[in-house]
Design a protein around this ligand. Sequence first.
Ligand code: NAG
Length: 412
Amino acid sequence: MSSRSRRVCPAPDLELHIRTLAMAPKAPCLITDFFFYETAKSVVVKSWSVGIINRVLQLLIILYFISWVFVHEKGHQLHDSGVESSVMTKVKGLGKFGNHVMDVADYVFPPQGGSSFSIITNLITTTNQTQGLCPEIGENFQCSSDTTCEIQIGSNFGSGIITGRCLNDSKLRDGSGRCEIQGWCPVEDDTFEGEPMMEVENFTIFIKNSIRFPIFDVTRSNFPSSLNQSNIHSCNYDPEHNPSCPVFKVGDILRHVNKSLHSIIKSGGEIGINISWKCNLDYNVEKCVPRYFFTCLEAAFEGNRVSKGYNFRFAKYFQTEAGIEHRTLYKAFAIHFEVIVSGNAGKFHTVPFLINLVAMYTSVGLATVFCDIILLNFHKGANEYKAKKFEEVLPCFISLTLTLEFRALVSW
Ligand SMILES: *[C@@H]1O[C@H](CO)[C@@H](O)[C@H](O)[C@H]1NC(C)=O
């Protein structure tokens, strides 16, 4: 550091050097300075202890880079995590709900077979609704006079528009009055509990997933081409014995997320099926196969009291011969499945390899910094080493380094 200025622009006295530079900057000197090659001068310290510390540190740094950066984090590879994916699902199974036999068209919503679908497990049916006036059912709509109901006008929680009248009908359930609504009558009573469709545990979900890693232009599907029709009909996914079978039993999925059928079947729930593609394309592309993980998407709301489960409403409409429109309203409790695809592929590439290699090489130099600190501060004979390492020794170590840095700055 200091040798450069001494060699080209001799300045034995630092202050003098600064003064001359400030007063008349010597351009030719700066330019010639720029084209001189400089190399560091080394001080060899024959100390076993510092030598061993240095080598051990260097070894640790190299081991870290090889084991973590290269082997574990695949630092020599170019990565592609922007996976393009398409998912098709198909549910199979027959269930019984009351006296009804339910097939796929009855219990899968929406019917397209996309990555997000629900299997209805329980239904509350309200038949023969027509437009008209009738009493509301909920506890919140009890009334003794019209004034109680007038407050509720405009409420979003009624089954229809609140008219503001209080109906005092002895036929009502607990004898007290209920506010009148205008809308689809009679109003749905969702306190009724039906017998849920237990057969859902034996239903199967077939998942077809194709992905592409755009950077490497690699396309993969989630089951091997050797899988034929009869295999698909007979196999069942099992993480250990049959990890490549794309057919999942609902009961098995619930077991994977530690949920019992009974806890989910009455009020529904949300399950995530994660398809994770982690591919090392330095190996044979046939080894690029997905792994499946299952998550309970409701887990985040485990402690909440409100909005438990998963339900939605839909209706089927029909007209009588007299032209009056009727509908059957369904409140469906369902297990909602969400197929989530994620992917990450890596392949050897010179740019990340060189960057990490250079990072390793320069990081090995960190050992020197550490050893210098020991040598110049805590080693016996530290002052002698300082004298050898920094040729212009000033009384204070700090002021010395600051001066040297300042000097380098000025001479540039
Ligand atoms: C599901 O299948 C198993 C074995 O085939 C059977 O024992 C069980 O009763 C079925 N579950 C329901 C709810 O039908």
